[in-house]
Design a binder for this molecule. Structure first.
Ligand code: FAD
Length: 357
């Protein structure tokens, strides 16, 4: 059986980001790498968006960036701006093509469909595939987005809508998210924070159709692209054997209060590249204990008070926009954390802190 120095299980966002980072920094010159990826072909399947709080390797895959954004509830609308931290959208097809093209020049990097084709006993393994069962009774961020194109110019592409809570909430948290790439092209997503047991949240097609018609007032459009996902808002049960490092969502790179993962994956890749020769002696990388602690409380509040969440999110964004962005992007300092915490309704957060779920 074939043997490799490094094995990456899952050639998705995290696996390919890591392979690219290693190749870019000449870490694979005298090493061999196998990437295990069952998919037949790479095509556009996701749009990764985030506030750019640091430089990353994929600036040329960004299809649009914004400094302005809005948040709506059924009662009010709030416009915000950050010139310092732009919100960027990466097209996954551009990302895959860029990385695959770079990796193809190194003949020591090979793709396989199944791990059983290799002997990994002597390899360092980076795993981005969930091993546990998906617990549907827990909280998930589940969503469907469509990129629509209209004949006439109907969007203001200078501002995106982060959350529009002016929609049916049921007994969960529900909002729409609109990224206008041009004046006649936008990605519109219906997003739920809920368990995955209730099918009534999941008629996404109908929700999008109604929202586009009734809230955005758009009647004629074509759908260019659909993306769908369910991001666990809980940490994966980690099975980190010696010489096996979990990466990506499976490696805890998702910020569970927001679902943001892309930039955390980039930071993790950099950390691995910088410590490649001493990984076994290093502590596993994580996105910050304080965020883990605060996000757990936040999600308890969300689970127990879904009807209050639109107001809570709305309040969070009152005040310094850059502070909230830094907090949501794991870059806030202690003082900035306090500013966010003091904006939250005290009593329900204190109750959540003491509540065991
Ligand atoms: C539709 C969608 C949109 C998202 N948008 C954002 C966003 O805007 N911003 C953000 O920060 N995050 C976003 N996320 C969350 C997160 O960034 C992505 O899920 C990201 O792709 C996670 O990277 P990953 O490598 O962990 O998982 P993936 O990218 O899913 O990669 C896992 C790979 O493993 C492969 N695989 C599956 N089974 C096996 C197996 N048995 N053996 C080997 N390989 C296997 C899969 O084919 C896949 O290629 C989004 C998620 C989804 C689903």
């Amino acid at each position: 059986m074939k043997e490799f120095d490094y094995v990456i299980i899952g050639g998705g966002c995290a696996g390919l980001s890591l392979a690219y980072e290693l190749e870019l920094h000449n870490k694979l010159v005298d090493k061999t790498l196998a990437i295990i990826e069952p998919r037949e072909d790479y095509k556009r399947d996701k749009t990764w968006s985030f506030w750019k709080v640091f430089e990353h390797n994929f600036q040329d895959c960004v299809i649009k960036s914004w400094s302005n954004f809005s948040i709506n509830t059924s009662e009010a609308s709030h416009e915000l701006r950050s010139k310092k931290y732009l919100y960027e959208s990466v097209n996954s097809e551009k990302f895959y093509n860029k990385i695959l093209s770079k990796l193809s020049s190194n003949k020591k990097i090979k793709f396989f469909k199944n791990i059983n084709e290799l002997n990994t006993a002597n390899s360092i393994v980076f795993n981005s595939v969930y091993e546990g069962l998906a617990d549907k009774s827990k909280l998930w961020q589940h969503f469907q987005g469509i990129e629509i194109e209209t004949v006439k110019d109907v969007f203001d592409d200078r501002i995106f809508n982060l959350m529009d809570f002016n929609c049916e909430q049921k007994d969960a948290v529900h909002f729409f998210y609109t990224l206008p790439f041009t004046k006649n092209k936008a990605l519109i997503e219906t997003t739920w924070l809920s368990n995955l047991k209730n099918d009534s949240y999941m008629n996404y097609d109908l929700q999008l159709e109604n929202y586009i018609k009734n809230n955005l007032g758009i009647k004629n459009y074509k759908i260019n692209f659909t993306e769908k996902g369910a991001i666990p808002l809980f940490y994966p049960s980690v099975n980190s054997a010696n010489k096996k490092i979990n990466i990506g969502s499976a490696g805890g790179m998702t910020r569970i209060s927001t679902g943001y993962t892309f930039l955390n994956i980039q930071e993790h890749s950099k950390y691995i590249r910088q410590n490649l020769d001493s990984l076994e002696n290093k502590k596993p990388y994580h996105i910050g204990k304080k965020y883990k602690f605060l996000d757990n409380i936040f999600l308890k509040v969300l689970k127990n008070n879904p009807e209050k969440m639109s107001t809570i999110f709305f309040k969070m964004f009152k005040g310094s926009t850059n502070t909230v962005i830094k907090f949501l992007s794991n870059k806030s300092n202690f003082f900035e954390d306090l500013l966010i915490i003091f904006k939250m309704p005290k009593w329900i957060f204190i109750k959540a802190f003491f509540k065991n779920d």
